[in-house]
Design a protein around this ligand. Structure first.
Ligand code: TXA
Ligand code: MG
Length: 327
């Protein structure tokens, strides 16, 4: 398939909307990561996304809407708490899981009776949604298993020839995917941490919020995306856990050994005083290691008492396939 590269003029975005309305799939920027979208009501188009990504079809997608009022088209009801979170955080990097309406085909939700919804906080994504005036189902715009795409070049690398068009825009502002919160139970539950922090959600709701993100490999994961291999660069990632000084000694010596054996080694260490920056660059760094043909990545842990550190650690753990060495 020929992939059309589109700019960000009004005409370009209208053309992207036309492609979507005609049943095509288009990669587009959001404030979190790039997404690959199809009209959510168009089952054949949604099926093309699974194919383009090489993604298992029971892994559900996020439905993007242009205005909060459109949420009524895709969910059965909006609880008081969900309404408060929408008012406070939409448009923005917060995805809410609610009971789906009959309009949303099973292929979007992987057969679940719930749907994940958000209003993205990026001008181009919003315009695209407004021009189509329909909800767009969109997972992140990377090949399945690969790090999420935070720049046009990542999207082009993974999806050129696999999608009808790519909107070429700036790098993603935030660099990690939206916070996913399940609103269907008694207590709102964070299924995927992100820039909207559990404490911020708690503050708005004035109640407790559960966080269930570490559950991997369970029989029936809450967030089905959790059971798949994620974010993996070509290199093997090892996370070193323990007192910082010991970790440093161990990483230095392992690095030396690996280099002696002819491997290419990258060391990932995160500056805790600039976590937003570290988060923004995380997926990009993983892809840069691929370009540099790095075979082993030795990573320091991130302090998970910091909520943003927790979100970063979540991505690092998944990228490593939970490969942790205790020092
Ligand atoms: O920031 C983002 O959320 C980006 C941009 C493009 O919006 N999208 C994104 O989509 O990260 P994706 O498909 O890579 O991740 C969607 C996550 C997965 O972990 C999936 O399991 C979860 O949301 N999810 C989707 N529908 C769900 C549902 N009904 N119940 C529980 N989790 C759900
Ligand atoms: Mg993804």
């Amino acid at each position: 398939m020929d992939t059309k590269i589109l700019g960000t003029t009004v005409d370009n975005i209208k053309e992207a909307a036309d492609i979507l309305r005609a049943g095509g799939i288009v990669a587009f920027p959001t404030e979190t990561v790039y997404g690959i979208g199809a009209i959510a009501y168009d089952e054949a188009a949604v099926a093309k996304i699974y194919q383009a990504k090489g993604r298992p079809s029971d892994n559900p997608m996020i439905v993007h809407i242009g205005e909060t009022s459109q949420v009524r088209d895709v969910v059965r009801e909006v609880s008081g708490d969900a309404g408060k979170l929408m008012n406070r955080f939409w448009p923005g990097p917060l995805t809410l899981v609610m009971k789906k309406s009959y309009n949303v085909p099973d292929i979007v939700t992987g057969g679940l009776d719930t749907v994940a919804v958000r209003v993205p906080g990026n001008d181009i994504a919003r315009k695209l949604l407004l021009y189509t005036s329909l909800p767009i189902a969109a997972p992140s715009a990377n090949l399945s298993g690969k790090p999420s795409a935070t720049s046009f070049s990542h999207v082009f690398h993974d999806l050129n020839g696999r999608v009808d068009a790519i909107i070429k825009a700036d790098d993603s502002k935030l660099g990690i995917e939206s916070t996913v919160v399940d609103m269907t139970g008694r207590t709102p539950t964070v299924l995927r941490p992100g820039m909207i922090l559990p404490s911020q959600i708690s503050d708005v709701l004035k109640s407790m919020v559960d966080v269930k993100c570490d559950t991997v490999d369970t029989e029936s994961p809450l967030s089905p995306g959790l059971k798949y291999k994620h974010y993996s660069p070509k290199a093997k990632i090892t996370i070193y856990k323990g007192p910082e000084s010991l970790v440093k000694v161990k990483i230095d010596s392992d690095k030396k050994d690996l280099i002696q054996k002819g491997h290419r080694v990258g060391v990932m260490r995160f500056d805790e005083s600039m976590l937003a920056f570290e988060v923004k660059n995380f997926f990009k760094r993983l892809r840069e290691y691929d370009e540099m043909k790095v075979t082993h990545i030795l990573a320091y842990t991130v302090n998970t008492n910091d909520e943003l550190g927790f979100a970063l650690m979540d991505r690092l753990l998944k990228a490593s396939g939970y490969n942790i060495v205790e020092v």
